[in-house]
Design a protein around this ligand. Structure first.
Ligand SMILES: [Zn+2]
Length: 479
């Protein structure tokens, strides 16, 4: 449906949400949505089908119940579903439509909502609906915490003068800002001149002073690559489980999964710092410097890109590298991690079957939907992408006699595509830019991306005097 309102008029009229928790122990959130300036005969209200950063259609509308609509005077308006995630509300001349619905939230992950008596984690694409074709409209969210909860942590801007009310300039920003409501343990630090909040959910044996100091080092180390940090504030929401991991990146926040009693083991602590570095690096790489398919998003279907080996793989290369640069790994332990990546890629038969670019494109149906045959058919754009990053880095170091490296590609790509052009990069545009930095062709690297098989790692490692040795070579000969 085409709106008849000008962009300016829409900009002045946010869609207002209220989220409350009458029965958190039953895992429900109650949501009301106020849509004004309605001029059309009907409004299509939609729930996204996926959460950006996690490339799987998750059908969030499956958790919606009790959808109702009424006008400003409380008179019911008829509505009917016209697709799996679209409710068509007849406006009957009502200038304002009030929609209400419940969302069941009981899936533990960094990209799905979860509510129980102790807290609510709101993953916004599964909580907030949008009006079709009005994604650019601003949104306001008022949170009414359950009476036993006392804190809200989110990257959204607070609305001045209103309690627990937040503002997003458009729905892309709203959908990119998870909200944690509960009694989380919050600490803060400033790094790269920016205030950072860490919201620790569900306890653990962490040392806040140590974490604040070490996370600040990671932030500084990442910011040094790009030369600027585009945020006014940044929020880490950390979900501590008996055994947890993984994270999801957002514009000015992230959600991390962690094992609550692993903070005092050396390896557990460093892998947590790697996760911090990974998601933080994403605030540039993929959230701002991004493939052209990944923004503006289509929330209604898969968004296909062949470039997750850059968006995720390069980020996976930099996560351990940033932790190394911040002083937490020796050279030997860092090289050991690279060797572990090689082992993971080469021990997976899918490496000989699926090119990286295809692994990215088919993430929706393969990497995110693994089954008993996945080891044989899929290559990971994370660890093989990280090795491509390593080889590109080494090639550029070699071709520029140590003057430039992958850092320069990332910084220049961020400046060119995000800051100057304000759009995503195409395959060819990113390659062009990387080749300009390298001062030479990168056809060999792109060949490794676009064909399945084992790279000749030593061709690149020898540039810096390193050699990869197969410790099982003798065993193989005996077989
Ligand atoms: Zn990632």
């Amino acid at each position: 449906m085409i709106t008849t309102l000008s962009a300016e008029a829409l900009a002045l009229n946010p869609i207002r949400f209220e989220v409350s928790f009458k029965e958190p122990q039953a895992h429900y959130a109650e949501i009301t949505m106020e849509i004004d300036r309605v001029k059309e005969d009907y409004v299509d209200v939609k729930m996204p089908v996926w959460a950006p950063g996690s490339y799987l259609v998750r059908e969030f509308s499956k958790n919606v119940e009790g959808f109702h609509a009424k006008d400003a005077n409380g008179r019911p308006l008829t509505s009917r579903k016209v697709s799996k995630n679209t409710w068509r509300v007849s406006s009957k001349g009502a200038g304002k439509i009030m929609v209400s619905y419940r969302v069941y939230a009981f899936e533990v992950s960094v990209r799905t909502s979860f509510i129980d008596a102790s807290h609510a984690f709101l993953s916004p694409t599964g909580i907030f609906m949008y009006v079709d074709n009005q994604i650019n409209r601003p949104a306001e969210v008022k949170i009414i915490p359950h009476k036993s909860w006392n804190k809200i942590s989110t990257g959204l801007m607070e609305k001045e003068g209103e309690v627990n009310t937040y503002f997003a300039a458009d729905f892309d920003i709203l959908f990119d800002a998870p909200i944690e409501v509960g009694n989380q343990d919050v600490f803060e630090f400033t790094a790269a001149g920016i205030p950072h909040e860490v919201a620790m959910v569900s306890g653990g044996n962490y040392d806040k002073v140590r974490l604040a100091k070490d996370m600040a080092k990671i932030v500084e180390s990442a910011t040094a690559i790009f030369g600027e940090n585009p945020n006014k504030k940044y929020v880490f929401i950390v979900h501590n489980y008996h055994s947890g991991g993984g994270g999801l990146e957002h514009l000015n926040s992230t959600v991390l999964g962690a094992s609550r009693f692993n903070y005092n083991s050396e390896s557990g602590y460093k892998s947590f710092l790697s996760l911090v570095a990974h998601e933080y690096f994403h605030l540039w790489n993929i959230k701002r410097l991004r493939p052209e398919a990944l923004g503006p998003f289509n929330y209604d279907q898969e968004n296909y890109t062949t470039n997750l080996w850059i968006g995720e793989g390069f980020t996976a290369y930099y996560d351990n590298l940033l932790v190394r640069r911040a002083g937490f790994h020796t050279e030997d332990s860092y090289l050991q991690m690279l060797a572990t990546d090689v082992t993971a890629v080469e021990n997976r038969p899918g490496n000989q079957v699926q090119p990286l670019s295809e692994s990215s494109f088919d993430a929706w149906i393969k990497y995110y939907r693994q089954d008993e045959n996945s080891l044989n058919s899929i290559v990971s754009y994370y660890n093989k992408g990280a090795l491509i990053a390593m080889m590109m880095d080494l090639k550029i170091l070699h071709s520029t006699k140590g003057q430039k490296g992958l850092d320069d590609v990332m910084r220049e790509a961020y400046n060119e595509f995000y800051k100057k052009q304000g759009k995503g990069y195409s395959d060819a545009a990113f390659k062009d830019l990387a080749e300009k930095v390298a001062g030479t062709s990168l056809d060999d690297i792109y060949h490794l991306v676009n064909t399945a098989g084992s790279p000749d790692y030593n061709k690149y490692l020898q540039f810096v005097g390193l050699e990869l040795v197969d410790l099982n070579a003798a065993t193989k000969r005996r077989i």
